[in-house]
Each structure stands twice: as structure tokens, then as C-alpha cells.
Ligand binder design. Structure first.
Ligand SMILES: C[S@@+](CC[C@H](N)C(=O)[O-])C[C@H]1O[C@@H](n2cnc3c(N)ncnc32)[C@H](O)[C@@H]1O
Length: 275
């Protein structure tokens, strides 16, 4: 029979109380992290249930179980839920986010998880990546695209930085129709653009769900078209609004990217000049 001395149990109760105080001090949370102690940071999530663990449960089988030797970029890492999961599979992870509040959560949780040797969290704009050439085996780009004023710039940039896989998720409009014929549209009959399966992105001038940082909502056809146009192919759709992609090395894709190469190079050159 195991005995717990009163001193040991009061020390562990004090540790638990201290962890709860830290969780409260770092609120509000967006990620519900499961800490090694069993504590959770946001068990009752407004997006329903155990977020983002319920999304991860849909994705996890699509990602290699062993990520040793993989360099991962987690864009908009927030409190680090996905960075922690990917590091537990052996990856070396760079998590970036613009928001110091979320990064403080991520850094605190990093120590709690004991994964300091595998993850670095950095305060950065996604566009700051223009100033570096580092490439990543896996780019995690979930929940950020629609928050960006210049979303295609970020996607084109991240595709250039992707060696093997890019996990994409964005807020979408309802519907999954895809119009097959989008090769061209006559100038004097633009009605095809109104069809629900034509690739589209709604601009949100004010708010969506009360949030003024939601700038764009694409339809499913639009998401797939932008992914293709940036030079990726969709390998799998693990769940609603989620697209697991890989670089598409075909010549036709390179020719398509050449159509905007000058614009992209100009932006990259400008950023390097300042950097
Ligand atoms: C909706 S949350 C998604 C968090 C996480 N990626 C996920 O899927 O659960 C959006 C995150 O992206 C960050 N973010 C927004 N704009 C960004 C930008 N321009 N560069 C880097 N991070 C950004 C926010 O601070 C926030 O943590």
C-alpha cells in the first residue's frame, strides 16, 4: 500500500494552486492546452468542446508520426497547441505570432511541457519571413489566412518556404460547389463569376462574428484555386476548411507562378532592402 505524507500532498496541492493562478493570470486563452499536471487552460471553449484538440484529432493521422529531422514553422502559433503536438513527434519547431499576449502563454506552457529544446517562439509578422531564406519541411498555416489584409502575399511567401507539406485552414463561405470551367470568361458576359462554384473571396470591410480582424471569407472553390495558383496541390482534406498540401513541381505550375514572379520579387527585394 502506498502512503502519501501530509507534507508531499500539501506540496502538490500548492503546485496545483500555483498552476491555476498562472492560468488565470495569463487569461484570456484561445487554445485549450492539456498540461502534464492534468490542468487545462480553457476547458469550456466558445468554439465548442476541446479546441483545438478536436481539430487535431481529425488531422493527426495525415501527418507523419515520426517528425525527427523535420523543421516546422507554426504561423500564428497562438498558445502553441500545434507546436507542442508536432514537437512531441520529434520536430524542431519555430512558432511565430504577432500577439505578445499569446506568446506569453506559449512560453509559459513550453516550460510546463518541458519541450524547450525543440521549440522556439518568436514575435513576428508572417510577412517578416520575407527577410529570411529559411525553408521548412512542414508549414502549419491554420486560422491565419483570413486575418491577413494581404493573404495571397503570405500564401505565396509560405509556399516558397515549404519543402514537403503545408497544412492550410481558413474561414470559408458555406458550400462546396466547384465550377469545372474557369479557364476564361468573356468581357461582355461576366455572369459565370456570379455562379456559386466560381472561385470567390468575400471582403469583410467591418466585422465578421464581431471581429474586425476577419478580412476575407473565401468559398471552397476559391480556397482550392488559390492553393493551386500559389504552387501547391491538395493531398487530402482532413476535415471542414482544412487542406493538407504539398508543393506541385509540374512545369505548368512554374509557368503559372511566372505570371506574378515580378510582383513577388519586387516585394521580396523591397523587404530585403529594408532588413
Ligand atoms: C484564429 S488564431 C489561430 C491560432 C492557431 N493557428 C490555430 O489554428 O488554432 C489566429 C492567430 O494568428 C495570429 N496572427 C494574426 N495575424 C498574424 C500575422 N499577421 N502574423 C502572425 N500571426 C498572426 C493571432 O495573433 C492569433 O494567435
Amino acid at each position: 500500500m502506498a502512503f502519501t505524507s501530509p507534507t508531499t500532498s500539501s506540496a502538490s496541492a500548492e503546485r496545483q494552486a500555483e498552476e491555476q493562478r498562472q492560468i488565470a493570470a495569463l487569461a484570456p486563452w484561445f487554445h485549450n492546452l492539456h498540461l502534464p499536471s492534468g490542468e487545462q487552460t480553457l476547458p469550456q471553449h466558445v468554439l465548442g468542446g476541446d479546441f483545438p484538440n478536436f481539430k487535431w484529432q481529425q488531422i493527426r493521422r495525415c501527418i507523419p508520426a515520426d517528425l525527427h529531422g523535420w523543421r516546422v514553422l507554426d504561423v500564428g502559433c497562438n498558445a502553441g497547441f500545434y507546436s507542442f503536438e508536432l514537437a512531441r513527434r520529434g520536430a524542431s519547431v519555430l512558432g511565430i505570432d504577432v500577439d505578445p499576449h499569446y506568446l506569453a502563454q506559449a512560453r509559459w506552457a513550453l516550460a510546463e511541457m518541458g519541450l524547450q529544446d525543440r521549440i522556439e517562439f518568436r514575435q513576428m509578422e508572417v510577412y517578416d519571413l520575407l527577410q529570411s531564406d529559411e525553408r521548412f519541411d512542414l508549414v502549419w498555416f491554420m486560422g491565419v489566412f483570413y486575418h491577413l489584409r494581404y493573404p495571397l502575399l503570405a500564401l505565396d511567401l509560405l509556399v516558397e518556404r515549404t519543402r514537403r507539406l503545408l497544412m492550410f485552414q481558413t474561414l470559408t463561405m458555406p458550400g462546396t460547389l466547384v465550377r469545372p470551367a474557369t479557364a476564361d470568361c468573356p468581357i461582355d458576359d461576366r455572369t459565370p463569376l456570379l455562379e456559386s462554384g466560381w472561385p470567390k473571396m468575400a471582403f469583410i470591410e467591418h466585422r465578421l462574428a464581431g471581429d474586425p480582424t476577419n478580412w476575407w471569407a473565401a468559398n471552397h472553390a476559391g480556397v482550392e484555386a488559390m492553393i493551386r495558383s500559389s504552387g501547391l496541390q491538395v493531398l487530402e482534406r482532413p476535415g471542414h476548411e482544412m487542406y493538407l498540401c504539398a508543393p506541385d513541381g509540374r512545369d505548368t505550375v512554374a509557368r503559372h507562378r511566372a505570371l506574378f514572379a515580378s510582383q513577388f520579387a519586387s516585394i521580396c527585394g523591397g523587404a530585403r532592402g529594408r532588413g
